[in-house]
Design a protein around this ligand. Structure first.
Ligand code: PRP
Ligand code: URA
Length: 209
């Protein structure tokens, strides 16, 4: 069964509060999402593999460590996931970025896929799929289907806010994909919005309504 990690780091929790606040405007919302993405990425990469190397310091030769293992691919779910990409690339500027375009049909709440573009070496990369919201879980589950269909094997899912309903759906659909969350909320409302959540992540990021 997939593991669920809820990040309780004080800096993450502090920033999430202002992200939730309806009085936070687009500019500040964007900056906060960017910062939280960086902080979450710092935690998520804790298990990255290292290899030992030698380096010449101004004083002596030293044994030291650099990142080893598989290369990373970051995949935002369009469009709101885009708001998390720069924050992640702050830490891993060489990571390749794929895109999966999905929107939720407002009537059925089912995801509709309209765009997929991934790095050509999908099978050789570990992937981090990012989207600020995990609501019904339909979008994240469909995006992971899409990644797996194209050869991705090792995937993590990172979101800012999740509903318990979405976590359950995703765990059932993809028991091999661990889920990383900044805020685990109470429930979904009748329109499939997370309560208390933060509203519509895409609209708040891009100033649309
Ligand atoms: C939002 C959000 C997720 C999806 C989550 O996107 O960014 O992708 O809803 O909902 P789910 O878990 O019920 O599938 P939306 O469909 O509003 O599209 P947008 O990012 O283009 O605004
Ligand atoms: N998508 C959002 O942007 N917000 C929600 O609360 C649910 C889905």
């Amino acid at each position: 069964m997939a593991k669920v990690y809820v990040f309780d780091h004080p800096l993450i929790q502090h920033k999430i509060t202002y992200i939730r606040d309806k009085n936070t405007g687009t500019k500040e919302f964007r900056e906060l999402v960017d910062e939280v993405a960086t902080l979450m990425m710092f935690e998520i990469t804790r298990d990255m593999q290292l290899q030992e190397v030698e380096v010449e310091t101004p004083v002596a030769r030293a044994k030291s460590k650099i990142l080893a293992g598989k290369k990373l691919g970051i995949v935002p779910i369009l469009r709101a996931g885009i708001g998390m990409v720069d924050g992640i690339l702050n830490l891993l500027p060489a990571a390749k970025v794929g895109h999966i375009g999905l929107y939720r049909d407002p009537e059925t709440l089912k995801p509709v896929e309209y765009y997929v573009k991934l790095p050509s070496d999908v099978e050789e990369r570990d992937f981090i799929l990012v989207d600020p919201m995990l609501a019904t879980g339909g979008s994240a589950a469909a995006a992971i289907d899409s990644l797996k269909k194209r050869g991705a094997k090792n995937i993590k899912f990172m979101c800012l806010i999740a509903a318990p309903e979405g976590v359950e759906v995703l765990q059932k659909a993809h028991p091999d994909v661990d889920i990383y969350i900044a805020g685990l909320d109470e429930k979904l409302n009748d329109h499939g919005y997370i309560v208390p959540g933060l509203g519509d992540a895409g609209d708040r990021l891009f100033g649309t309504k």
